[in-house]
Design a protein around this ligand. Structure first.
Ligand code: PGA
Length: 251
């Protein structure tokens, strides 16, 4: 079946609100022809500027995190109400940097996925193995486990709003991309896991991205693999010319 592609830039802790306005305005000009879904995941403080510049364009704006509680004594955190009130539609959940540096666990990732869906936000759920795990040969088991845990309690109906990003940790920010086959194999494993959980129809419709050193040179081949429905792009999404070429990979 043919699925849409979703190409998302994960800005991480980069760009100020002023830089955000300039970038999104420029990008909107360059994505006019695309049939794919284009998302920029920007820092919290850049959301307002990004949403303003993205209005009436093809670009969708995502947050990079959320809290699973409604409100309360959680200094420095941001709730789903705060995001939806701004008009945010997408949110990254469980990025490996958050798992690594901010003690995010499979349990909190699951809570955040459920919370996002309840609030009407579309989560981009990140999963992926470390280099040790790949070398031990447990990639497939580990990623299956992460997907099952994160989606615990998510209905088939809600799966329409979930995007999954397979991001091998060893490929993030390292310049080491997974080969097309390595990336596709794990995306296929994720799809098979979705078949077990939700059946073939839901699994075939699910959007599964690859992330980890996606760049101008490898985007086309990666995005044309059978089970890869686009990419989550870090470093290369910060440079307008590079992200333009990645979004327009098929030209
Ligand atoms: P990278 O980051 O493209 O810089 O490797 C990807 C990500 O962390 O989402």
């Amino acid at each position: 079946m043919s699925r849409k592609k979703v190409i998302a830039g994960n800005w991480k802790m980069n760009k100020t609100p002023s830089e955000t306005s300039i970038f999104i305005t420029e990008l909107s000009d360059r994505v006019k022809q695309t049939k794919d879904i284009v998302i920029c995941a920007v820092p919290y403080v850049c959301l307002t500027a990004a949403l303003k510049s993205a209005k009436r364009t093809k670009i969708k704006i995502a947050a990079q995190n959320l809290h699973f509680e409604d409100n309360g004594a959680f200094t420095g955190e941001v709730s789903t109400d705060m995001l939806t009130d701004l008009g945010v539609k997408y949110v990254i959940v469980g990025h490996s940097e958050r798992r690594q540096y901010y003690n995010e666990t499979d349990a909190t990732v699951n809570k955040k996925i459920l919370k996002a869906l309840k609030a009407g936000l579309k989560p981009i759920l990140c999963v992926g193995e470390s280099l040790d795990q790949r070398e031990m040969g447990v990639t497939s088991d580990f990623v299956r486990y992460q997907v099952r845990y994160a989606l615990n309690g998510v209905s088939s109906e809600d799966m329409k709003n979930v995007i999954i990003a397979y991001e091998p940790i060893w490929a993030i920010g390292t310049g080491k991309t997974a080969t097309n086959e390595q990336a596709n194999d794990v995306c296929k494993t994720i799809r098979e896991t979705l078949v077990e959980l939700y059946g073939r129809r839901v699994a075939n419709a699910a959007l599964i991205q690859y992330g980890g050193s996606v760049n101008v040179k490898n985007a086309n081949e990666l995005f044309n693999m059978s089970d890869i429905d686009g990419g989550l792009v870090g470093g290369a999404s910060l440079k307008i010319d590079d992200f333009d070429k990645i979004v327009n990979y098929n030209k």
